[in-house]
Design a protein around this ligand. Structure first.
Ligand code: UTP
Length: 291
């Protein structure tokens, strides 16, 4: 059984400055809920209720969000605001939270290495704290199913346009059944002209403790960082690894445009906001010059 999730959330978030200077981008709201809460709910939905967050400077708001706030609870109770009180109380019960500080920002591989003691000898999931995935069934649940079949690591893959592969870790592999790939190689941020495919690793991983040995022997790679993709590249030489193609949507909240689009999409789904927001969007669109 897989019980543990690791959430790297120590990055600087330079694509989202200035707001990320003193606030974690993982706390950016999608309507009125921080993105990190959606991520932890996805893990908990898959039965992963032990969550280790790898955090860094300026990330205290994440800890506070998952702690109880008795003053707020008392104030809501005194005002009879039962629904909000219930929603606030529930946050601290979604998962058992643990925190570890990444001392230096040496990349995603280095961030994951901080989970070594906590995960010990168990398989574990890694969910990027700034990435929201919408799929049915929820994505981490799907990865757990694949892991339970093969007992080998599995990552989420997304088809991206060729000209964008240089932003991602990309795999080479063969499709062994619809949407499921056996991975033969992985390359971090390849040049589009020699990328092995347009299948990018997309923010969700199910890994085994063996990965830590490979991280230890991984030299600094792209951007002078210890890349998780490079450690997985070393692991796939010794052990099978699978990729599951995304059947759904991924929103990278660390990217401004994705953040704005996601808020509109989620806002339009909310019964309390839908009609007014839709009317406003129509009004705005009507006044926009055609490009
Ligand atoms: P990103 O590539 O989004 O980097 O990291 P970033 O620093 O967060 O943001 P930008 O690119 O400067 O805007 C992918 C994930 O890995 C985590 C980040 O928090 C994010 O969830 N990460 C990255 C770490 O935890 N530690 C690191 O050293 C680097």
């Amino acid at each position: 059984m897989i019980r543990k999730a690791v959430i790297p959330a120590a990055g600087l978030g330079t694509r989202f400055l200035p707001v990320s200077k003193s606030q974690p981008k993982e706390m950016l709201p999608i309507v009125d809920k921080p993105v990190i809460q959606y991520v932890i709910e996805e893990a908990a939905d898959a039965g992963l209720r032990d969550v280790l967050m790898v955090i860094g400077k300026s990330k205290r708001a994440i800890e506070e969000h998952f702690d109880r706030n008795f003053e707020l609870e008392n104030a809501l109770a005194a005002r009879g605001r039962e629904a909000e009180l219930e929603a606030i109380r529930r946050i601290s019960t979604i998962a058992r939270m643990h925190f570890v500080w990444q001392r230096e920002l040496n990349g995603l591989g280095d961030a994951v290495a901080y989970a070594r003691d906590h995960v010990a000898n168990e398989p574990f999931a890694v969910l990027l704290g700034d990435t929201l995935i919408e799929s049915d069934p929820p994505l981490t649940r799907q990865l757990v199913r694949v892991f339970e079949r093969f007992r080998d690591p599995v990552v989420l893959l997304e088809e991206v346009p060729r000209e964008k592969v240089h932003r991602y870790g990309v795999i080479a592999g063969t499709e062994i059944e619809p949407g499921l790939f056996k991975i033969t190689d992985l390359v971090e941020k390849p040049d589009p002209s020699n990328a092995p495919s347009n299948l990018a690793i997309a923010g969700r991983y199910l890994l085994v403790p063996e990965i830590f040995e490979h991280i230890d022997s991984t030299p600094r790679g792209k951007n002078n960082e210890i890349q998780l993709t490079d450690a997985m590249r070393s692991m796939v030489k010794n052990r099978p690894m699978y990729g599951l193609k995304l059947n759904g949507r991924r929103y990278d909240i660390g990217n401004r445009l994705d953040f704005l689009k996601t808020n509109i999409i989620y806002g339009l789904r909310r019964p309390d906001l839908r009609d007014d927001l839709a009317a406003y969007i129509r009004e705005l669109a009507a006044g926009m010059p055609k490009t």
